[in-house]
Every structure is written in C-alpha cells, then in structure tokens.
Design a protein around this ligand. Structure first.
Ligand code: PMP
Length: 394
C-alpha cells in the first residue's frame, strides 16, 4: 500500500529548526525559532501557569469529558480577554480547539461547510499554514497586497484597493496583531478603513490572533479587532494561547464566531460542536482550564500580566538593540523600519540565497523569506548577528 508513498515537503520553519539543531558551531544564532525565549534560551513555563496547574492537581476531582465545544468557562474567559464588551456574548458562538492552528482549521471547515465556493483573501505575505490548510481543504484563496518591502510598513493603498474588489460573502483574513511574518501591523485608522471597506463590499472578516500582549499591551493589541466587532454583523476570530500563556504543547485555542442574532449563533454553535465531534470529539481541556483559572483569579491574572509584560519588554529591547547595531554596522538608517514593527517577528530584505549564505558562512539562522524572531537574540549575540546581516545584505 505505501510502496510509492511520498511525504509532503516539510514545513519551512521545521526545516530550519532541524538544520540549526544539526549545526555543530558553538556561536550559531537561532533567529528562525517561532517561540519566545528567555536570555538563557529557554521557553519557560510561566509562574501563573505553574500555580494554576498546582491548584488543578490539588482540586480537580474528575477527568471526565467536558463538552464537544469545550468548557463554557473557558469560552467566557477568552471571549472577554479578546472581544471585551465590543459585541454581545449571545451573538458569539465558541469552540475550544487544539491550539490556534486547530481554531484556524475549524474556522476554514465552517466556511467550507457554509459555502464550498468561498474565497479567502490572505495578506501577502501571511503565516504559511493559512495557505497550507486552505489548500488541504480545497478552499480558494487569493492574496491581497499588505507588506511594503520598501518601507517595512503597510502598503495601505494597495491593501485597500485589493479589498475594495472582494465579493460579498468572501472572507478577508487579517492578523489581530504582531503580523507573522512581517511585524507590520495595522493602526486604528487602518482597521477603521478596513471596517468601512468590508461594510461596502459585504465581505466577512476573519481575524487570527496568536500574539495578544506581545505588541503594545493586552488591550491595545485587540483594539483593532474590537473596532471591527463593534462595526460588523459577522466576524470570525481564532485565538491561540500558545505564546501569551506559554502553553505551546498543551494546545489551547478558541474559535469565536460573531453572527447577526442570538438565534443564528445557536445554530452555528451546533455546527461548531459537530465539527469537533467528527474531527477528534472533545478538545483538550488541561491547558484551557489553566487559562480559565488564571483569567478568573485576580492574583494569578496580575502575575501573568506582569510576566507577559516582561516578555514583551525583552522582545522590544532586542528589537531596539538590533536596529541600533545595524545602524552602526551599515552607517545608515536602512534598518530603522524594524523599530516600527510589532511582536517577535520582522522581515529582512534577504533573498533565499542570502538567507542560505547567512546560515552557511555566519551560522545565523532565519526562515527562507527573511523572517527573524527577536526572541532568538540575547545581548551578546546582537552585535555578531547585525554584523553578519550587514555583511551579507549590503
Ligand atoms: N496563527 C498565527 C499567525 C501563528 O503565528 C500561529 C503560531 N505559529 C498560530 C496561528 C497557531 O499557533 P498554535 O497552533 O501553536 O496555537
């Protein structure tokens, strides 16, 4: 049966991780990694997570099944953290999923069940798994202009021109904050312009939120999607708790679907539960319960917020240090655009060959499209990384 079996090409990011692991050089620098790291190179279990897990260990009386859509307490906690009061709770259907990827997958499954001919419009570029999952499901997708490599910012005119041409019932996929892979975010006037455009075209927004708290703050990072939620009759939101709770392997995600009325929401809620049922039945509960525990307890929540702030500040400090070092190395402001980008990621204007050269000759690892993760840097590696980048890119 499997004699002629061929595996699909490995994920770009996983390929870089493997190359890095196999490199024997002691001074290699990993900017390819997609996770937060401390200066010691660890992706830590957050203090509030440990405390919540201790409580669960002591107090949890059963591991019995919860519900196909997950725990309503978890839904409410993440709904409040993300949407806040921007839309009425009885208009929002919720589905707990394995990670944000699971939420994205189930969101696309829902769209396909609703309309097999739907087109999903994705930012150019976007997180490659968006496109991969859409391809797997046979859903049509079309990039809209987004990143302006010349400025390192948003191609606002290009984006709005492309979004003006989308059809009623199409879906426009946006990144809630900390755009992956570019770090180029929308400001509130951009979100407002998108809301106006969607209202004109009748397209539906889907927002993917994987880095809340890594941009400016927990609330500022969702101000844009809250603006959309207040303005739009329908919207999808996919949330990952992997990064901001450090719960990567526990797989914590949520899909939220805003509909026009509570009655429609009830119907969609039924379909969401069915989507989980025929995929894996019950979603993982442990990490979701940890998130709920943290968000519902004032003291744990304060600890978590403080630790998340520390993580964000470290990423911002590394971003600023790299921009400064690149200024010195290149004697130019060519890389100052890094300062206006948000979150862990930025994109260097590097060709695939230059990325390979950085890896081969300097032991500096990044994704083939030039995506770098600031959390892969520590004070000691900023200068050598900048020097290698300057040498290869100028
Ligand atoms: N969306 C985006 C844009 C992401 O960057 C990620 C994490 N790489 C995810 C969704 C989902 O992450 P996870 O499945 O690990 O929660």
């Amino acid at each position: 049966m499997f004699e002629n079996h061929k595996a699909p090409e490995a994920d770009k990011i996983l390929r870089v991780m493997k190359l890095f692991a196999d490199d024997p050089r002691a001074d290699k620098i990993d900017l390819g990694v997609g996770v937060y790291r401390t200066p010691e190179g660890l992706t830590p279990v957050m203090g509030a997570v440990k405390a919540a897990e201790r409580r669960l260990l002591e107090e949890q009386a059963t591991k019995g099944y919860v519900a196909l859509a997950g725990d309503p307490g978890f839904h409410a906690a993440l709904r409040q953290l993300t949407f806040g009061d921007s839309a009425a709770a009885d208009r929002i259907a919720c589905l707990a999923t394995p990670g944000g990827t699971g939420a994205v997958r189930q969101a696309f499954e829902l769209l396909k069940a609703q309309n097999p001919h739907v087109t999903v419009h994705t930012s150019a570029p976007t997180w490659p798994n968006h496109e991969a999952i859409l391809d797997t499901l046979g859903i049509r997708w079309q990039p809209y202009r987004y990143y302006d490599a010349a400025t390192g910012g948003l191609d606002r005119d290009g984006m709005l021109a492309d979004l003006a041409a989308v059809k009623r019932g199409d879906v426009v996929l946006l990144h809630g904050c900390c755009h992956n892979p570019t770090g180029a975010d929308l400001d509130l006037s951009d979100w407002q312009a998108i809301a106006d455009s969607l209202s004109r075209t009748g397209a539906v927004p889907m927002v993917d939120l994987a880095y809340q708290g890594f941009g400016n703050s927990l609330d500022e990072d969702v101000a844009g999607l809250r603006l959309l939620a207040a303005a739009m009759p329908e919207m999808l939101l996919t949330v990952s708790s992997s990064k901001n709770f450090g719960l990567y392997r526990d797989r914590v995600g949520l899909l939220l679907v805003l509909t026009e009325t509570p009655a429609i929401t009830q119907a969609v809620q039924g379909t969401l539960a069915w989507l989980n049922r025929q995929s894996y039945a019950f979603p993982p509960d442990h990490g979701a319960r940890v998130v709920t525990e943290i968000l519902s307890d004032a003291s744990l929540r304060a600890d978590w917020t403080a630790e998340l702030t520390e993580m964000r500040d470290r990423v911002i400090a590394m971003r600023e240090a790299l921009a400064k070092a690149l200024r010195l190395e290149t004697q130019s402001d060519r890389f100052d655009y890094l300062l206006s980008q948000k979150g862990m990621f930025s994109r260097l204007p590097a060709s695939e060959d230059q990325v390979a050269q950085l890896r081969r000759e300097h032991g500096v690892y990044m994704i083939g499209d030039g995506r770098i993760n600031m959390a892969g840097l520590i004070e000691e590696t900023v200068r050598p990384a900048a020097s290698a980048i300057a040498r290869v890119l100028t």
